[in-house]
Design a protein around this ligand. Structure first.
Ligand SMILES: [Zn+2]
Length: 131
């Protein structure tokens, strides 16, 4: 039951580390933005409408950062699995995840069927949608 060739894993590992760099940069920029927004808000804001709009903006940034952090964790887990030789196998049913799926979602931990079932159970908040 061998899913991926070493060179395929290599390609996916490069994708994962590039994505990790991208995410780290986005998280740094995102948290900087959020900090900047609340600074600018300050005590001089008179109109409460403006204030809540600015707060909503900050919330939005934080939500984005949370999503990015979640994906970053998924990438770390993927690297763990590469090290353990478990990468490319579904964590639920142990079957081999097709390379096409991993190519689209290198952080995929489940085969399409298990992912669909998982999303149905947990509301699809996973970072690796089913193909
Ligand atoms: Zn599965």
């Amino acid at each position: 039951m061998s899913a991926l060739t070493p060179s395929e894993i290599e390609i996916l590992a490069v994708k994962l580390s590039k994505r990790r760099e991208q995410l780290s940069a986005m998280i740094r920029a995102g948290t900087a933005d959020a900090a900047h927004d609340s600074e600018r808000l300050g005590p001089q804001v008179g109109d409460p409408g403006d204030e809540s709009a600015a707060l909503q903006q900050t919330d939005l940034n934080l939500t984005e950062v949370e999503t990015e952090l979640r994906e970053l964790k998924a990438i770390d887990r993927a690297f763990e699995r590469i090290k353990e030789g478990a990468y490319g196998y579904c964590i639920d049913c142990d079957c081999a995840i097709p390379y096409a799926r991993l190519d689209a979602y290198p952080t995929a931990e489940r085969c399409t069927e298990c992912q669909t079932r998982h999303e149905r159970m947990y509301g699809g908040r996973d970072t690796t949608p089913s193909l």
